[in-house]
Design a protein around this ligand. Structure first.
Ligand SMILES: Nc1nc2c(c(=O)[nH]1)N(C=O)[C@@H](CNc1ccc(C(=O)N[C@@H](CCC(=O)O)C(=O)O)cc1)CN2
Ligand SMILES: Nc1ncnc2c1ncn2[C@@H]1O[C@H](COP(=O)(O)OP(=O)(O)OP(=O)(O)O)[C@@H](O)[C@H]1O
Length: 183
């Protein structure tokens, strides 16, 4: 069994080594798969993040959702590893956190139970839904309060068929892991 810390390091390295072409091709496939899901099409309220350069860009997801008239909300980190999701509009003020993430500073708060679909960030996912995140434990604390479909979008280097790590009791299992094809 690998430790989550080792797997985080390995996956970050593999993500950094993706060629621009692989990234672009993978990303297009992931967006198409997401937008094809009935859960996406039916969702009126969606949780996602403001991605960092290492992560799959969420900008096309935010744009597509807004275009379709869906409500989009993104997280603000709070003390004690809590998060509040705020609706994202053209008027939302974003601030950069000490950790380098862009977060909403205002905007209406969406209750966790109001999301129909949550695009959950992370580093490594098993096809069966287990997830290794960035290590903050933010989503493990938040997701138990949600009822919507929990989806992850994985480049091929972010996916394994079954967990190679010790799954903790507090780890929340995702409903779907979409995977980009290998080149
Ligand atoms: N784009 C994106 N946004 C996201 C997440 C994500 O995975 N991706 N998160 C997914 O969970 C949450 C933030 N996750 C975090 C995970 C770890 C640390 C962290 O290790 N922080 C350090 C240093 C803190 C500081 O410099 O202020 C620490 O706490 O020691 C921070 C945030 C919410 N927003
Ligand atoms: N529901 C919870 N209640 C209390 N502590 C928790 C909970 N979930 C996670 N933790 C703690 O948070 C820390 C990080 O957990 P873990 O390594 O699973 O995070 P992660 O899933 O990688 O991060 P994230 O959820 O932010 O993406 C661990 O020390 C864990 O003990």
């Amino acid at each position: 069994m690998a430790t989550k810390a080792n797997l985080r390091q390995q996956t970050i390295k593999a993500l950094k080594q993706l060629s621009p072409a692989e990234r672009e091709m993978g990303a297009q496939s992931l967006y198409e798969q997401l937008f094809s899901l009935p859960e996406w099409q039916q969702a009126t309220t969606i949780a996602t993040t403001i991605s960092t350069d290492l992560e799959l860009s969420t900008a096309p997801i935010i744009a597509a959702a807004q275009q379709a008239g869906k409500t989009v909300a993104v997280p603000q980190t709070l003390p004690a590893r809590q998060m509040a999701f705020h609706t994202l509009t053209a008027d939302t003020h974003l601030v950069k956190t000490a950790f380098g993430l862009m977060e909403p500073a205002d905007g209406k708060i969406v209750s966790p139970a109001d999301f129909d679909l949550l695009v959950v960030p992370g580093l490594l996912y098993a096809q069966s839904g287990e997830r290794v995140g960035f290590g903050g434990g933010y989503y493990d604390r938040y997701l138990p309060h949600t009822t919507g479909t929990k989806v992850a979008l994985a480049f091929s280097v972010q996916q394994v068929s079954a967990p190679t790590w010790q799954v903790d009791s507090f780890d929340v299992i995702l409903d779907r892991v979409l995977v980009a094809p290998t080149k």
